[in-house]
Design a protein around this ligand. Structure first.
Ligand SMILES: [Zn+2]
Length: 264
């Protein structure tokens, strides 16, 4: 099978999996899913809200270096684009690609959920809403935990015992990933680590949950450990949108507290 066929088969399989196992299909949410060589060119075929357009212009052709991204229209009744890179994805473990597709689809639906919660249809208004920043970080946690779970379950679909055997390599991987300071900032990195760790605990219930000791210690300044652990505790208690959005002000306060500690 050539690479194109492999990728489009994975895409098809994951879209089906998403709407069977993760969430119900909703015909009001019009989502196009594309896998292309040139992500940057593709997004201009779509009507984008102003905030989105500005972000795309700022990123420019560097968009082509991402696994994928979600492009938001001016309003929720128009088409959302989930676009994946045919250039970047083949360099990854194919099992990971399964997770990436679920990751991006989760983001797309979280934004619809957030728009519904705000009772707005204009995406610009969503980006400018009071708690957008908190939502932005939470959806990263959410998408990461769903995508990472799919990746691991898919990777070990033929023998779960192998995962049990290699589980500590995955734990080390989560820690190592968090030790790399990404260009997206420390809180963003934390959301990814929290999403992965949440999944690790879900899949390895025999392991005693200790985000502080397993992930934070040695990776962040000691005065931040307690508050970052508080963020993790919040996330595991609010791992679904409905709970999260009820407590969004609490999360926002936590993030602001971290901000002020970092900038002191
Ligand atoms: Zn993401």
């Amino acid at each position: 099978m050539d690479l194109n066929t492999v990728l489009s088969n994975i895409l098809q399989e994951e879209v089906q999996y998403f709407y069977t196992c993760i969430r119900d299909y909703d015909e009001k949410r019009i989502i196009d899913i594309a896998m292309v060589d040139d992500v940057y060119t593709k997004v201009f075929e779509y009507d984008m809200c102003d905030v989105q357009k500005e972000a795309v212009m700022k990123t420019g052709t560097a968009l082509n270096n991402l696994n994928g991204t979600v492009i938001f229209a001016p309003s929720v009744d128009k088409t959302t684009l989930v676009v994946l890179s045919k250039k970047v994805l083949p360099q990854k473990d194919p099992d990971e690609v399964h997770g990436t597709i679920l990751h991006e689809l989760t983001h797309a639906h979280d934004y619809y959920d957030y728009a519904d919660f705000l009772q707005i249809s204009d995406y610009n208004a969503l980006f400018e809403s009071q708690y957008y920043n908190s939502f932005f970080f939470w959806t990263e946690f959410h998408a990461r935990r769903i995508g990472y779970k799919r990746f691991i379950e898919y990777k070990f679909r033929k023998g779960w015992k192998q995962f049990k055997k290699h589980r500590y390599e995955f734990l080390e991987g989560i820690k190592t990933n968090f030790s790399i300071y990404s260009s997206k900032g420390r809180l963003y990195d934390l959301m990814q680590a929290a999403g992965r760790y949440y999944t690790f605990i879900e899949l390895c219930s025999s392991h005693t949950e200790n985000f502080k000791g397993d992930i934070l210690e040695g990776n962040v300044e000691s005065d931040l450990i307690n508050i970052l652990n508080e963020v993790y505790c919040f996330l595991i208690e609010n791992s679904e949108f409905k709970q999260f959005v009820n407590n969004i002000a609490i999360f926002d306060e936590l993030l602001q507290k971290i901000d002020s500690m970092v900038s002191e």
